[in-house]
Design a protein around this ligand. Structure first.
Ligand SMILES: C[S@@+](CC[C@H](N)C(=O)[O-])C[C@H]1O[C@@H](n2cnc3c(N)ncnc32)[C@H](O)[C@@H]1O
Length: 220
C-alpha cells in the first residue's frame, strides 16, 4: 500500500464507497473476505427468527447470504445497494436463492428507501455508515421502514483504527462509540448495546492488522 500513488489511493477510496466495473468486482471480493468477521457478528446480533423479513443496506457482493438464510426458517431477504456492480454481483452469486423468490436485490439512491413503512423485522448494515450523506435523515428513513420493536444492527470499524489507513480521505465520515451514541440519541431509535470487538485481518501488503470494530444494536 506504501507504493500506491495518491491517485490510486483516491481510486480505492471511491471504489470502497461505491464499487464499479472490474476493479469494483475485485474490491467487492476483497471486502467480502476481510469483512466476513464483521458481517457474521452483525448477523448474530440480529437474532433472526423464523419468518423474519430482513433488510441489508450496502451488502457488497453478498457472498454471505447463505449465512443469513440458514439462521431460521422462511426468511425473506431484501438487499439495497447504491452500486449497480454490487447489485449485479450479488444476483450472480446468489442465483439459486433468487429462484426461490424469497430474496430480492435493489439498487437505489442511498437516500430514500424504496419500501413502505413497517416492512422489516431486522435491518443490518456493515461498513456503510462512513458514507451516509445525511446520517440523521438516513436513520429516520430506516426507522420508517422497520416494524415496531424491530432490531437494527450497525457494524463499523473504529475511528482510531480507520484514521491511519492511507485510502481514508474525504469520502469517509469516521465514528467511535461516543459519536455513534450521540447520533442515535438524536434519532427515534433506542440504543440497546454496543459490542466492542477486535480481530486480525490480512492487509493489502499481506501484513497482519489488528482491527477494532463495534457492533451497535438499535431498537425501533
Ligand atoms: C465498504 S463497502 C462494505 C460492503 C459490505 N457491507 C462489507 O462490510 O464488506 C460499502 C458498500 O456500501 C455501499 N453503500 C455506500 N453507501 C450506501 C448507502 N447509503 N446505501 C446502500 N449502500 C451503500 C457501497 O456501494 C459498498 O458496496
Amino acid at each position: 500500500m506504501e507504493n500506491l500513488s495518491p491517485e490510486q489511493l483516491i481510486e480505492i477510496e471511491n471504489q470502497l464507497s461505491c464499487p464499479n466495473g472490474q476493479f469494483g468486482i475485485d474490491i467487492g471480493q476483497n471486502m467480502y473476505s476481510t469483512n466476513l468477521g464483521m458481517i457474521t457478528s452483525s448477523i448474530n446480533a440480529l437474532a433472526i427468527a423464523s419468518g423474519n423479513k430482513v433488510l441489508e443496506i450496502g451488502h457488497g457482493n453478498c457472498h454471505h447470504l447463505p449465512i443469513i438464510l440458514e439462521q431460521a426458517e422462511n426468511i425473506q431477504f431484501y438487499g439495497l445497494e447504491i452500486s449497480e456492480t454490487m447489485k449485479t454481483e450479488a444476483e450472480l452469486k446468489n442465483k439459486e436463492h433468487l429462484k426461490q423468490q424469497s430474496v430480492e436485490f435493489t439498487r437505489y439512491d442511498g437516500i430514500s428507501i424504496p419500501f413502505p413503512e413497517n416492512s422489516f423485522d431486522k435491518v443490518m448494515t456493515a461498513n456503510t455508515i462512513y458514507f451516509w450523506k445525511k446520517p440523521l435523515q438516513f436513520l429516520a428513513e430506516i426507522h420508517r421502514v422497520m416494524k415496531p420493536n424491530g432490531t437494527f444492527v450497525i457494524a463499523f470499524a473504529q475511528k482510531d483504527f480507520m484514521k491511519d489507513l492511507p485510502f481514508v480521505k474525504e469520502k469517509f465520515q469516521l465514528y467511535n462509540n461516543q459519536d455513534l451514541s450521540d447520533l442515535v440519541s438524536k434519532s427515534s431509535f433506542k440504543l440497546i448495546s454496543i459490542h466492542n470487538k477486535t480481530e486480525n485481518v490480512i492487509g493489502t501488503a499481506n501484513e497482519l492488522i489488528n482491527r477494532n470494530y463495534a457492533v451497535a444494536v438499535l431498537e425501533k
